[in-house]
Design a protein around this ligand. Sequence first.
Ligand SMILES: Nc1nc2c(ncn2[C@@H]2O[C@H](COP(=O)(O)OP(=O)(O)OP(=O)(O)O)[C@@H](O)[C@H]2O)c(=O)[nH]1
Ligand SMILES: [Zn+2]
Length: 200
Amino acid sequence: MEDVAPLANGRVFDQARAENAVRELLLACGEDPDRDGLQDTPGRVARAYQEIFAGLYDEPDHVLDRTFDEGHDEMVLVTDIPMYSTCEHHLVPFHGVAHVGYIPNSQGKVTGLSKLARLVDLYAKRPQVQERLTSQIADALDRKLKPSGVIVVIEAEHLCMAMRGIRKPGARTTTSAVRGSLKTSATSRAEALDLIKGRR
Ligand SMILES: Nc1nc2c(ncn2[C@@H]2O[C@H](COP(=O)(O)OP(=O)(O)OP(=O)(O)O)[C@@H](O)[C@H]2O)c(=O)[nH]1
Ligand SMILES: [Zn+2]
């Protein structure tokens, strides 16, 4: 792999800089980055961060480029999409599941089901807060599919609240974002939430 890999969206991942930063962090913590066991760590951590933040280099709208006119104008909902993201305050993971649904527009414009999970992954692989992650997924669907309604619900555990700080492992945060008819119609929204809650 080249040291500075040019990636989409005008951003680059600077491997050498990231390695140096990890080495500095180890030194700052009082560790010896040259001891056996840590020698390859800066390179490894840098490569891991390139993967963990891969969504910085992708254009979300491209995920939804392929659409089909299926004439289906009722709810499409994918639940329990596994989600791993990184809290931008502490750079530790928050993880859980995302539920993503939409009601196609009157032309019945739909996208592939996997694209909903791809969209979750793309935005999750950035430094994030859960609220923004949830809205960004909803807004991308709204923008590209121009659906009648969108709902995104994310349930996650934040390791910054579990392994440090307030130390409440198991505490779960739920966020939702609704757009269009799923925002304006309490009945449609209740139907979607029932499908999400009753999925097991
Ligand atoms: N709203 C929101 N807050 C988050 C998210 N992830 C982490 N946080 C919170 O961000 C806050 C940062 O608070 P600070 O007081 O600046 O940082 P801190 O001293 O490390 O806070 P503690 O975690 O309470 O120890 C904490 O309350 C975290 O729980 C998120 O996705 N959404
Ligand atoms: Zn945090």
